[in-house]
Each structure stands twice: as C-alpha cells, then as structure tokens.
Design a protein around this ligand. Structure first.
Ligand code: SAM
Length: 300
C-alpha cells in the first residue's frame, strides 16, 4: 500500500482505530460493535453495509460527526444517547439524556404483562405504566395488545416528551395517554380501575451509589435510578397505592434488582390486598420481575 493510501481514513481504518481506542478503556464491553454502530449512524447506513464499503473514505462532514461521537464516547457518554435511539423488544425507541436507556431485562416486564393480558377478555384491557421514561413498556404493550388503553405516568416532563414522540413513531397515540406527576397520583381523580399496573421503577439505593457503573451514574438521569437509601422507597409507595387503582384479580407487575428482591417480595406479601406473589427470572437467571395479583372477591 502506498504511503498516501495508508494515511487515508477509509471505513476499514476508522473502524480499526476506533475499536483499538475503545478497547483501551476498561469500561467498554464491545468496542468493535460500538465503533461500527457509531460509524454506521454517522454514514446513515446499516452496520452490515460497512463491510462492503471498507475502502470508501467518508465525506468530511460525516467524518467530523463520527469523530466528535468517538471523543464523547471515549469520555463515557453512552452510545444510545449519541445516536439518539435504542432497540427494545425489536422496536426502535428514541432516547436522550432525560430518559433511562431501555434495558433488555425490562423486556421481561413486557413478557409478564402479555401473559397477564391473556387472562382478561375485557375490551379494552386497561393498563397503567408507572415511570414510563422513554415509553418503552407502554408503547411496546400498545403495539402488542390491540384492545388496550394505557395511562403512562412519569414525574419528569422531559421524559414524557420523549415517550410521546415514541408513541407517535409507533402509531400508539390513540392507545397511550401520558400524565405527569408522582406515581399513580399523576392520574386524574376518578380514573377507571385497571387490569394491570406495570412499572420499571427506580430501584438503586443511595447506599449503593459507589457500586453503580460510572457511565450510568454520570449520564443517565438520577431520578430514573435512585430510590431512597435502600432502593425500596418507590416500590413501597407503589405497592401501597396500587390496590386502589386495580380491579379485583388485577396484576401489579414490576421490575426490581435481584439484590433487593427478598425485600420487595416482603413488601408486596405484607400487603393484604395481594393474593399471590410470583418472582420471574431474567435471561441471565437473575430474579428480576414481581407479578402480584390482587385478591378476587369470594365466589357466591
Ligand atoms: C428506571 S426508569 C424506567 C423508565 C422506563 N420505564 C424503562 O423501563 O426504561 C424510572 C422512571 O421513573 C420515573 N420516576 C421516578 N420517580 C417517579 C415518581 N415518583 N413518579 C413517577 N415517575 C417517577 C423516572 O423519571 C424514570 O423515567
């Protein structure tokens, strides 16, 4: 290869350099994938296409955007915030630094809610999503349960703006309504009771702050992460409020951390309004989701 050609920033060379740069940082779990994701986004193409364009030299403007993302990524900014989206349940969700980046574990909340929805023949099936963030749970359910009405709440107006845009993208605006406020109190007075309440609430304890990944701590909104000293404050309040908003036989389904799972099970089991409490594991085998059913009236 001539000296000039070797000096040129082809797609191949950009990927190799960036992968190496990211690999030198301990906190990068998949340097090559991240390099490809950023470059594909900057070039406006699919990741797979990069492999057929190895010798191409990107336009100056696109290269400048890619370089600025690599720099920001190197400083710890999550890829999802740089490119402005993340996949959840095979759907693309817009994200920005006002919302938690949707996590694969949270797909289990969706799976549990879809199972619970099968138990109801009502039309519509009414659902509340508490702490909707990007809207990933609410909007995904709206795409999967055709006959549903979903109320999604969040304390953050900025998060709700992102969730609304995701509802528009996925044609769910007629099925999902958004309300700003504290947990279930965000809902209008006199709202109809629902078949299920779903949530991925904040559940990290302030006492655990030192153990939280620096990238998460520095870039994702702390209101989406932390919940009192032990991580259980919001779950405790949600469990107290939920029975009033649930139909008899309705479900409270929420994600939590395996670290505080026993405490969460105890919180729900101590509430006489719930008849049963099931714990569901995630893909990694960690106890992740609680499915609690509200007592039904006795027959006869
Ligand atoms: C862990 S994030 C989950 C976001 C989204 N549901 C997901 O699974 O990616 C928790 C969300 O709860 C919201 N939140 C925190 N405290 C709240 C409260 N008291 N009432 C309503 N929402 C709250 C945060 O703004 C954040 O969007």
């Amino acid at each position: 290869m001539s000296e000039t050609a070797a000096d040129q920033w082809t797609i191949q060379r950009l990927l190799e350099w960036t992968t190496d740069f990211f690999s030198k940082s301990k906190s990068f779990s998949n340097s090559r994938l991240e390099a490809e994701t950023l470059l594909a986004e900057a070039l406006g193409c699919q990741r797979i296409e990069l492999y057929t364009r190895f010798n191409e030299i990107p336009e100056t403007e696109k290269l400048a955007e890619f370089r600025s993302w690599v720099k920001r990524r190197g400083a710890g900014e999550p890829v999802a915030y740089l490119v402005g989206h993340r996949e959840f349940y095979s759907l693309r969700f817009a994200v920005d630094s006002n919302v938690l980046i949707p996590r694969p574990e949270t797909e289990h909340v969706v799976v549990c809610a879809l199972e619970a929805a099968k138990k109801f023949s009502a039309d519509p099936i009414r659902i509340i999503d508490v702490g909707t963030g990007s809207g990933c749970i609410a909007v995904t359910l709206a795409t999967q349960v055709q006959n549903c009405k979903i109320a999604a709440t969040d304390i953050s107006d900025a998060a709700l703006a992102v969730a609304r845009s995701n509802a528009e993208t996925h044609n769910a605006v007629d099925r999902v309504k958004f309300f700003q406020g504290d947990l279930l109190e965000a809902l209008p007075a006199g709202s109809n009771p629902v078949h299920m309440i779903v949530s991925n609430p904040p559940y990290i304890g302030r006492g655990e702050t030192d153990t939280v990944d620096t990238q998460v701590k520095n870039h994702e909104p702390s209101v989406a992460l932390f919940s009192g000293e032990f991580g259980t404050e919001i779950i405790t309040r949600l469990t107290e409020q939920a029975p009033k908003y649930l139909l008899p036989g309705g479900f409270l389904i929420f994600e939590t951390s395996p670290i505080i799972m026993d405490k969460c099970v105890h919180i729900v089991e101590s509430n006489a309004a719930f008849a049963s409490v099931e714990v569901v594991k995630d893909y990694s085998g960690h106890e992740r989701v609680i499915v609690a059913q509200k007592v039904k009236p006795l027959d006869g």
